[in-house]
Write a protein that binds this ligand. Structure first.
Ligand SMILES: [Zn+2]
Ligand SMILES: [Zn+2]
Length: 102
């Protein structure tokens, strides 16, 4: 189950569970669309994988026990440990390779 982290690791923008701007890698590193497009170029700076749009968990309980109310989002903010220049160097090595071939 996804943690649904509350913020962008890159710019610390709030990304609530209903945000259409949240993007995740396969390890659930979480970044906003602006960071993915302009800073990361679809390269996760933590693992080198690509991103997909984070699914939105339903706030209403359509099936028993599976809603945002019963499975709440994480409140633990995560921020990247890398500097902007470290990220740029990492991204420049991988951005030309498609995620399927990384
Ligand atoms: Zn961001
Ligand atoms: Zn990652």
């Amino acid at each position: 189950m996804l943690e649904l982290r509350p913020n962008c690791e890159g710019c610390d923008k709030d990304l609530p569970p209903s945000s259409p701007e949240a993007n995740i890698c396969s390890f659930e590193c979480t970044f906003c669309t602006a960071c993915v497009e302009t800073l990361l170029h679809n390269v996760c700076p933590n693992c080198g994988g690509g991103f997909s749009s984070r699914p939105i968990r339903p706030k209403n309980e359509h099936r028993p026990g599976v809603s945002l109310a019963t499975r709440p989002a994480s409140k633990e903010r995560v921020n990247t440990q890398y500097t902007k220049s470290e990220i740029a160097e990492f991204v420049s090595k991988l951005e030309k390779i498609s995620p399927e071939n990384r």
